[in-house]
Each structure stands twice: as structure tokens, then as C-alpha cells.
Write a protein that binds this ligand. Sequence first.
Ligand code: AGP
Length: 610
Amino acid sequence: MCGIVGYVGREEAGPILLDGLSRLEYRGYDSAGVAVYHPQVGLQVDKAKGRLQVLSDLLDGGKKIKGTLGLGHTRWATHGRPSDVNSHPQVSEDGLFAVVHNGIIENYSEIKEFLESKGVSFVSETDTEVVAQLLAYHYKGDLLEAVSKVLHRIRGAYALGILCADQPDRIVAARKDSPLILGRGDGFNMLASDVTAVIRYTRDVSYLDDGEIAQLTPNSVEVFDRYLRPVEKSVHHVDWEISAAEKGGYEHFMAKEIMEQPKAFRDTVSPRIQDGEIVLEGLNFDRAYLTSLDKVYIIACGSSYHVGMAGKYILEKLLRKPVEVALASEFRYCDPIVTDKTLALVISQSGETIDTLAALREAKRLGATVLSIVNVVGSTIARESDKVLYTWAGPEIAVATTKAYTTQLALVYLLALSCAKTLDSLSPEEYQELLRGFLRLPDKMEAILKHRDYIQYLASHYFNHSSIFFIGRNLDYAVGMEASLKLKEISYIHSEAYAAGELKHGTISLIEPGTLVIALAGYAPLFEKLVSNVVEVKSRGADVIGVTSAAQTGWLAPKVDAIIPLPDAHPLLLPSLEVLPMQLFAYYVALQRGCDIDKPRNLAKSVTVE
Ligand code: AGP
């Protein structure tokens, strides 16, 4: 996903832009560039394929480019291969406009043909260059008017930063479906894809909404709707520390974020337990509403979808209501059965995943009430939901999610317990037992994390496998999906999560001597069934690592090659514990294989293109 930074003020823009872009590297990119305006020099544009360091070296850390007004960009290629000429900023033929863009202009081909018919010549393969050229075509001296005309013409998703050499005291920005925040300073103002790029300079930010246009000068921030009518924007004070977005002594952000999970869990849960009762802010789901529900539809992508898979088992067990889970990218195209009695539970760490946002909008159009679980405050999904529960995990930088997964799951538990209490679908004793066990989870997480060197030892034995299976039943199967994705996305080892009872219907043909199978046996009611699946794969020569609670370890250990014991907990709560050794296993395997753990190849932290 691309990163945008803009600065207008009294300081030299170059170093500030490069510093801001370095805070956005985690979003994934393949080239970078800056455009800075100086009264004597005019518009200077420097771009480079590859890592941001290449550009920074070119500009001597920004000192070589002069001016107090500028835009910076890290590009994750969508239209046009990674190259210097395809990097942003893209510049209009007359040299007046420099544009940075995150998103996709869907109708760029037809606009490009139109402009070429007017004699405009293009230099890049990008969709973004069309915006710069169209601005030049419409510009007659009024910058905002030209921007408004362009926004009425283009279709697609965009976060735009625009510089005009004819009006060198301002930056214009616009957004639709791709995030943009405004950093508000004293004698300067900034623009960025997210808060991490500006927090070093200002903690006061506003969030642009879809269709809005912003105009920033050193001493003013104006926001307009697409018809150029003024819009009032509230200013939020960001209170998390910069260190929260830095590694804190760990080798990788992922290691830090794995270790932060007990704290993230407590930060997410504690404010929602008042006098022993669950209080979910803004969720006044009363008995009548919950009774009237025809279905809960969980919609998400990737690891958030895996939270949904576990959520289905948890919510159906506690609420006795039908729960469906859909991949957001499938939901829109499966003609879903949704009514005004459907609760759509939308889960997303970034709150900007375009597939999930599109599915949210479709669910709303069909009449559902939308409750979202999101980690990024003010993100698009959060702001388009009817109700939102924030995970207070803090910024998650590593592409492979860990603490966001755990805190999303924690909110699913709180939601399920809270609704079960309202519906009386749990006895008071069951409710109290589950709540007590739930509140003890972070201590148990800490116990697991204390023994991470054992997981590292296992990883040192198995990191050379080319294919690894995760098998489990019920909640264990849901955790297996997440375990498999973690391993795949950071170690590049092929892996598959399989419902253990389904193996015999075909896939067991793949099990041969030396195949590594990780058997997840935390869900006690099905433990014996899982043990028989272990015997099945062992008899075909597989190496098996068993994962189970302390109470079951004695039964499982003799049947497997290695065992990962978990602290005892209620079977319904095991996923919150079982996922931790799986995250660690993936991390240490990837470490052994020398992979780029925080920025795995081909991946981005938030996928804002379809
Ligand atoms: C998780 O490790 C992956 N990075 C990816 O599957 C991610 O969960 C997915 O893209 C959804 O992102 P979101 O939660 O921000 O919507």
C-alpha cells in the first residue's frame, strides 16, 4: 500500500518528508519520490526505484533539495512496473503540477486517450499521471476549482496530494476510499497516509472523509466537500508514544508485537469491565434486538477472517444464533442473504481494506446493522460502521498481524459474553466461569511467551520443510487457519490448515514419511478424536508436533514427536492461548530462513486495492 507525506511550513521540507516516509515503510512499497518547491529553483522532483534509502542517499538525507513546501510518496506498484519514471510524484507536461496518489483510477485509460487527443504527451505507465495532466488541462488559475473538476471526472479509489507551482504556498489533498490524515501544527501543516508519519511533529490530527478536499497553508487548514462547500473537521489529539511505533529493542516489529499481546489484551479489555460487568461502549443491544436477529454475518479478510472463523464457534455456542462467516472479497458477489435483522460484524485491523470496506457498504445497502472491530481509530471502516469497537492494540507495524488478531478475538469474546448475558443463553454460573477464565488469559499468555525459546528450538529442527500441515477440529481448526497463514506469509513455506476429520477424504494422500503435521488439540471435547487423527498421520510416517493443554499433555505426548503444552483454560478460551506458540513458530522458522519478517515479499500491511 502506498504512503503519502506532505509538508507546508517554515522548515526545509526535504528531511521532514523523508523522515515521514520512513515511518510509512511498513506499508510495503517498491519505489519512492519527493517533490519540493523553492521560489528560486521552482518545482524539484526526485524519485528512485527500490528502498527509501536509495532516495535518501541521492538527496543526502533531504539536504540537497531546498524549499519549505513538498510532497513525498512510497509507491506499491499497481499500474506500471516499479521504475523511476513510474514512481510518484507524477508531474504534468507543463511542469505546473506534482501529484502523489494512493489507490487506483479506474477510468484512467479513457481520460488518457482524451488528453492525448488534445496533444498531451505522457511519460509513465501509471494511472496517477492522468491526474496531474488533467489538473493542468482544467487549471485556469483557480486551483481548487481545477481539483474539483478533476475529482468529478475520475473514478476509483484515491488519496491525493497535489502541488501547484503557480500557487507555491499551499498543498491540496483529496480522498476517496484511501486514508488521508491532516497533521495540524504551529506555523506548519502536514498531510499523511496515517498518523505515524506526522506524530513526531504534531499530535493534533484531522481525518479526511470520502469526497473531501483539503487545502493546507503554513497557517491554515481548510476542508471542503466535492462541491467546494466548507466542511468543519474536528481535531483529535493522538496520545500513543512514538516508541509504540518503533521496535523497542526487538529485532523485528513482529517480535515486539507478539510480546506486547498480554498488554494489548489488557488495554483492550480492562476499560470494558466495570464493577465486574462487561460494558461495550455504544452497543445498546437489548434483549428485544438480539432476540430479533436472524443472523450474525462476520465479514473480513486474511487473519481478521480467521478471527471470524473462531468467532462463529464462540458466538453460536454462547448465543444460539446462526452465524455465517464470509471472505469479504466473496461476500459482495455471492448474492448474500441479508435483512434488516442481520448484524454484520466487520473485522479489520487497518480499517482500510478495500474488499472489507466494499462488503461493509453492500451489507449496509442490504439493510444490515454494521458493527465493526477495528484497530485504527478514525479509519474508513470505523467511520462507515453503525457501531465500532476499537481494539486498543496500538499501532501494528509488522505486515503479519499478531496483537491485532488477539485483541480482535478478545472483543469477540466480550461481545459473545455480553450478548449471552442479555439473552440469558448462559447460566449465571457458566457466565461467571467464562468471564473469570477470560480475564486470566493475559497472565497465561505471559507464561507461554516466557517459554518462547522452546518454540525457537522446535523451529530450528523443522525450518527446512517445504510443506507443513496444521490439523484441528472446531476451534482448533480455526486457530490452524491463522497458524498456517502466519507461517506462509513470513517464511514462504507452503502450508495448509485442515479440518482433522476431513483428512481421510483425500488430503491424507499427501502425508508421507517426513511430512510435518502440527496437531492442534486444545479443544478438550474433541481431544480423543484428534488423537486418532494423529495416529492416522503418524502411521503414514508424518512427524507430528502436538499442541494441547497441560491436562491433556500426558495423553498426547507418547503419540507425537514433540509437544507444546498450553496452560489449562476453558475449552472455549483456548484459541487466545493456542495462537501464541503458532505465531512464535512462524516467526522463528522465518528467522532461520533469513526472511524479511516485517516486510514479507509481495505483501502490504493494508490492501487498499481490489
Ligand atoms: C495478516 O497477517 C495479513 N497481513 C493479512 O491477511 C490481513 O489480516 C488482511 O489483509 C486483512 O487486513 P485488515 O485486518 O487490516 O483488514
